[in-house]
Design a protein around this ligand. Structure first.
Ligand code: ARG
Ligand code: ASP
Length: 731
């Protein structure tokens, strides 16, 4: 309680009561639970609130530039997930689905670590992962004045961008660090504020351990985004450094990294109502969109993307069920496509169920009311709502078509992705001649080698035809490739012919093209029927859709920047948090169950008994192995069981998280690790757009399940010995 006096706390409580009244009137303002906060601002904005909710730490213990603090244990894992240091020897904990690519890359058919798990017996057995990095944040500074210097409200989007870019470049060249140090400048509040992050990156990160998929991915796609959950979604890595403990490229001489801070691990677990904090790198949220944008997401964008993936997934599923080899080849692709398909369904349903559009409208009404009574505010923000209406109406067709193009051409039809890579090779030749072509060729060859390992042309052909049909049916004819200007029936015939005649589905044929001289190869590529269709499609799209889309989008972005500032000005009683942008954030809440629907209450903790309840022998999602079943039969749980006598597996809380928070530590009131974040509950996946504390829950693996698997299942007790286990509740 260092900074906030009792008086301040009392007045904060009063403000909260007032706020609650406001919230009840028109919703969507910050509750306890909502918000992804900047760690360096906790002291000024959140410390009192967090302590009222039960946190025993000071903000300084969470984030400090001078002393070791919690933030020094938080690591951006490869730039796409979060991880945390859990031992004085640089041991790193993250999700199984975050380390999946690395686990897969070390696997062979004979030694399949996805299937049977991997545990390095000694440090010498830990496996290097070229390209993977662990990034720490050293400090965060407000650089808004420097970056926004020279920008004013009368400028066009492109004028603003060019000044900001120039200022950022100047700042970066003034602040160059060593090879592994970098300052990153990022916009906050839609460009109203800028922060610089000083980072240190360690490029030698090795795989230490991973449970088999029937633990790490237990429940797979059926249970994905679902509570109650029983997945042990974790894997272990280790950061290595040079002998001076500084970042260094992989070398056999490198030593385990000694961190400034690592998280002690609580053996005492959580109960409903306990304070929790999740620290990590959330990717993207859009919490301050106007109602028109939310309506478009609910009515136009989400349904379009869901429908397209629905069709693609059904086709994949049909082939995967019929053939075990295909299932193995496509399971990772299927999981990736199904992940967001399922998320969008949950998001759309949740936005509807929580009346998100009406809530935004209420907020806008209140905003307008407040702005109207103040001539200065009216001058700045009075025009915004009308302008939003115009711009969102104007962008609707383009944004719908963009989703269609992205989903069909860029994401779900594999032969189109191949075409786009080969198209880049053609451009290299045309722009940089043979040298450009030869330079690029090995990368393309590597890409194709990988691609064909897990490719089934029958699936792709069916997806290609089905999604093209959908495109033709749903996208305005003027935005379709000319090939589509025929009847549906003859289009199918034409597409079958195009696919059948293309070399792009055939590794050997492409290899033969790659053996030709660059000139002949380019000629062959450009003559391929899929290439011709791709060029036609992309040409129409770039000219008629992408151009106008980005122009209107830039105007919307500028309006959003004004609206964000307007909200801050018009609601001075509210503390705003900036939307996630892959920078370091703290979110805090409580362990809490929820009511997914009428008369149903979900308790916040699952147990090992529930894993066995879900067991379906030989099922590819819910199978268990004998070793785990034996532990269940003998109840050999060691110190990892809770008062129920079973091992807790997962728990949920009101922490506001999003994609990128996977692998984030769940931390208790005293700074100990209690769990590992990996997902959200389905009913609340709209939290990226409209956080609602009644149903938005993040899902974490209980750290005792992680320890149970490492110790009792894998027998890797040497890893447990590295860690610091504590008993904060029973000390
Ligand atoms: N839904 C989680 C997140 O968005 C976990 C995804 C990985 N698991 C899966 N079955 N696809 O990323
Ligand atoms: N599963 C997500 C991730 O991989 C987390 C989430 O979206 O809640 O980052």
């Amino acid at each position: 309680m260092s900074v906030f006096s009792g008086l301040k706390l009392k007045s904060m409580k009063l403000i909260r009561v007032l706020l609650l009244a406001v919230v009840l009137c028109f919703g969507n303002l910050a509750f306890a639970g909502e918000g992804m906060w900047l760690p360096q601002l906790l002291k000024a904005l959140n410390e009192g609130d967090m302590q009222t909710m039960g946190m025993k730490l000071t903000a300084e213990q969470v984030y400090s530039v001078n002393e070791g603090s919690l933030k020094d244990a938080i690591v951006h894992f490869g730039g796409f997930c979060t991880s945390e240091v859990i031992s004085p020897e640089g041991l790193l904990l993250t999700n199984h689905h975050c380390g999946y690519g690395q686990i897969q890359s070390h696997s062979t058919i004979e030694d399949n670590y996805l299937k049977k798990g991997f545990w390095a017996a000694t440090k010498a057995d830990e496996k290097a992962n070229p390209g993977l990095f662990a990034r720490f944040i050293e400090r965060i500074d407000d650089v808004s004045e420097i970056i926004l210097k020279g920008v004013n409200d009368d400028m066009s989007p492109s004028e603003v961008q060019s000044i900001v870019d120039k200022n950022i470049n100047a700042y970066m060249s003034d602040n160059q660090g060593s090879q592994y140090e970098e300052w990153m400048v990022r916009p906050f509040f839609n460009g109203n504020q800028y922060f610089a992050f000083k980072t240190v990156t360690y490029p030698d990160v090795r795989l230490v351990g991973a449970p088999p998929e029937n633990i790490g991915k237990f429940g797979a796609d059926t249970d994905n985004w679902v509570w109650p959950r029983h997945t042990g979604d974790f894997s272990l890595f280790r950061i290595y450094a040079g002998t001076d403990n500084q970042p260094a490229e992989y070398s056999a001489d490198n030593q385990p990294f000694v961190p400034k801070h690592y998280l002690p691990i609580s053996m005492d677990g959580v109960s409903e109502g306990d304070f929790t904090m999740v620290f990590g790198f959330p990717g993207r949220t859009n919490q301050y969109l106007p109602s028109q944008a939310v309506r478009q997401i609910v009515e136009i964008n989400d349904p379009a993307k869901i429908e397209i993936r629905d069709v693609a997934l059904k086709i994949m599923d049909k082939y995967m069920r019929a053939d075990e080899k295909v299932r193995l080849q496509y399971s990772s692709k299927f999981a990736r496509i199904a992940n967001y398909w399922k998320k969008w369904i949950g998001e759309k349903t949740g936005l509807e169920k929580t009346n998100a559009v009406a809530k935004k409208q209420d907020l806008e009404e209140e905003f307008t009311k407040r702005v109207k009574v103040d001539s200065k505010l009216w001058g700045q923000y009075g025009h915004l709502m009308k302008k939003f209406g115009e711009k969102y109406a104007a962008i609707e067709r383009y944004s719908f078509t963009k989703d269609y193009y992205d989903e069909v051409v860029r994401r779900n039809v594999e032969i189109m992705t191949v075409a786009s890579v080969l198209d880049r090779m053609v451009s290299r030749f045309e722009n940089n001649g043979e040298a450009g072509y030869n330079d690029f060729k090995p990368r393309v060859a590597g890409y194709l080698e990988n691609h064909f390992k897990n490719y089934n042309a029958n699936i792709d052909q069916e997806v290609f035809i089905a999604l093209s049909d959908l495109y033709r049916d749903n996208v305005d004819r003027e935005y379709c490739p000319t090939t589509f200007s025929v009847t549906a029936k003859s289009l199918e015939v034409a597409l079958t012919d195009i696919f059948q005649r293309s070399a792009f589905k055939d590794q050997d044929k492409l290899k033969a093209i790659f053996e030709m001289t660059p000139e002949d190869a380019v000629k062959a590529l450009k003559g391929d029927p899929i290439y011709i269709l791709f060029s036609d499609w992309k040409g129409v799209y770039d000219e008629k859709v992408a151009g106008p889309y980005s122009e209107i989008k830039a105007e919307i972005d500028l309006l959003q920047k004004r609206y964000m500032r307007g909200l801050i000005d018009a609601f001075p009683e509210k503390t705003f948090w900036p939307d996630a942008n892959s920078t370091m954030r703290v979110t805090y809440g409580k362990v809490q169950g929820y009511e997914p629907r009428d008369a149903v209450y979900y308790k916040p903790v699952t147990h090992f008994d529930g894993v066995v309840e879900k067991y379906i022998p030989d099922d590819y999602e819910f199978d268990l192995d004998e070793k785990l079943l034996d532990l269940y039969r003998s109840k050999d749980y060691g110190p990892y069981a809770d008062a129920t006598g079973s091992v807790p597996v997962c728990f949920i809380g009101t922490n506001h998280t999003t994609g990128g928070n996977s692998g984030s530590p769940a931390i208790d009131a005293e700074g100990n690790l209690i769990g590992l974040n990996f997902d959200r509950a389905w009913e609340g996946t709209m939290s990226d757009i409209n956080y609602d504390p009644s149903i938005c829950r993040n899902i974490m693996v209980d750290i005792r399940y992680v320890l149970f698997v490492v110790d009792k299942y894998a027998g890797a007790s040497h890893l447990i010995e590295e860690m610091t286990l504590v008993h904060p509740k029973t000390k």
